[in-house]
Design a protein around this ligand. Structure first.
Ligand code: PLP
Length: 455
């Protein structure tokens, strides 16, 4: 599975860039090609893409059936504005998503990515209460240490202070509660079940503090990704959350932008928690990186409020329901279903979890190994017994990324905020087509990269 690709020489990357990158002084290699689980830079160096970028490339790179579908769609119809037309790939994709969605979901709303999906979901929640005669419902409750996107509404919902701090004056009021994060918050001697109920109780307490009639939605990632490194809730947590939302008529928005579309071994992560949301956001694995696409899946109850009320959802973007994006997503989802790749996610996820346990179970600086399916994380600590994170000034996650790339490995290290202190973790989200030998190579290279970074 690990191979090579013929890359034409390129002079790009040798001079000044006119692109504003997130890190202005970063000097990045040029991505020149991709095949299967690997990406190649312009020098022909191969990297195993063990994070799919940011949990995006679920089918790997250069899948011939997806590129053929894109060619065919480009030849037929690249774009038609949604105020004039619907289009075939968007309609077929919506049918498919609704058919496989959790109970109660009746419609899909297509946008261009995760943040746009979260923005739309927040506005749907707000409009739902306006349409049903409860305009006083405006408060959003979310969790610390979550990421929901970088546009202003999504950033407000996110609970990562490092990302929010300088933009706080621009953000709508959001009320954050503690995440369900067993490694950090479960008390000694407390069972998982008891911890799950205690963590969920924070939601009810917050609703009561704000006044139930003022709360419109609770937003949460079933498995927290970018800012926490694949942290699933303990069993029972989301079932209690669902009960609390129902008790106070608060909408449950599950953000599955990163953990959804098969990444955890079931099509939707929330299936494993035994709950169905009122609104769900999906993106990354939906189009697998072949096109930018995201969606909100909404329940019949929300749709009916709009249909029987004003008759419109007061929102929209130029590129929603984009035919090329929908055709790519359709092709990606058809290949995943036909090749039963979720079975491979479950089998390879178990292998990855086992191999990480063998390599890092007794590692002096790995405090926790967690995740579901091919969505796994390891958390770094300076001291395993106290769980103290490394000092932020060590910039450990940047070092791990560099050391991994030097070994031909792409992983997604980041720093979350733990009890007000930034901690480091590494997220793994390889393509669903990965095999056991490639996983062994990922774990070996990651182990070497971490050892070099903490030395
Ligand atoms: N929600 C979650 C859970 C995410 O992980 C992300 C991105 O990492 C987003 C929303 C934002 O998605 P995008 O970067 O496509 O705007």
């Amino acid at each position: 599975m690990i191979g090579s690709l013929q890359i034409a020489p390129s002079s790009i990357g040798e001079g000044m860039t006119h692109i504003l990158h997130r890190q202005i002084h970063a000097s990045l290699p040029v991505a020149a090609g991709g095949k299967g689980i690997e990406l190649f830079d312009h020098d022909g160096r191969a990297y195993i893409d063990a994070s799919g970028g940011a949990a995006v490339s679920c089918l790997g790179h250069g899948h011939p059936e997806v590129t053929a579908a894109l060619h065919a769609q480009a030849d037929k119809l690249a774009y038609a504005h949604t105020s004039f037309f619907t289009n075939e790939p968007a309609e077929t994709l919506a049918d498919k998503l609704v058919a496989g969605a959790p109970q109660g979901i009746s419609h899909a709303y297509f946008v261009s990515g995760g943040s746009e999906a979260v923005e739309a979901a927040l506005k749907m929640a707000r409009q739902f209460f306006v349409e049903t005669g409860r305009p006083e419902r405006r408060n959003v409750i979310a969790r610390r240490q979550s990421y929901h996107g970088n546009t202003l509404g999504a950033l407000a919902a996110g609970g990562n202070e490092w990302r929010r701090a300088q933009f706080r004056p621009l953000l709508i009021d959001t009320h954050h509660i503690d995440p369900c994060y067993a490694y950090r918050y479960q008390k000694a001697g407390e069972s998982e079940a008891a911890y799950g109920l205690r963590a969920a109780q924070a939601l009810e307490d917050k609703i009561l503090e704000l006044g139930p009639d003022s709360v419109m939605a609770f937003v949460a990632e079933p498995v927290v990704g970018a800012t926490a490194g694949a942290v699933p809730a303990v069993p029972g947590y989301f079932r209690r959350v669902r009960e609390i939302c129902d008790r106070y008529d608060v909408l449950l928005i599950l953000d599955e932008v990163m953990c959804g579309m098969g990444r955890t071994g079931t099509l939707h992560a929330c299936e494993q928690d035994g709950v169905a949301p009122d609104l769900m956001t999906i993106a990354k694995g939906l189009g697998g990186g072949y096109q930018p696409i995201g969606a909100v899946l909404l329940s019949r109850r929300i749709f009916d409020a709009f249909a029987e009320g004003s008759g419109l959802f007061q929102h929209g973007h130029t590129y929603m329901c984009h035919p090329m994006a929908c055709a790519a997503a359709l092709a990606v989802q058809e290949v995943i279903a036909r090749d039963d790749l979720l079975a491979n996610v479950r089998a390879m996820g178990a292998h990855l979890s086992r191999r990480l346990g063998e390599r890092f179970g007794n590692h002096a600086h790995i405090g926790d190994i967690r995740g579901r399916g091919l969505f796994m994380g390891v958390e770094l600590v300076e001291d395993r017994s106290t769980k103290a994170p490394f000092e932020p000034k060590r910039k450990l996650n940047a070092k791990i990324k560099r050391e991994a790339m030097a070994r031909g490995l792409l992983v997604y290290p980041a720093g979350g905020t733990i009890d007000g202190v930034r901690g480091d973790h590494v997220l793994l989200a390889p393509p669903f087509i990965i095999d056991a030998a490639a996983i062994d190579a990922v774990v070996e290279r990651l182990g070497d990269a971490i050892d070099a970074a903490v030395a």
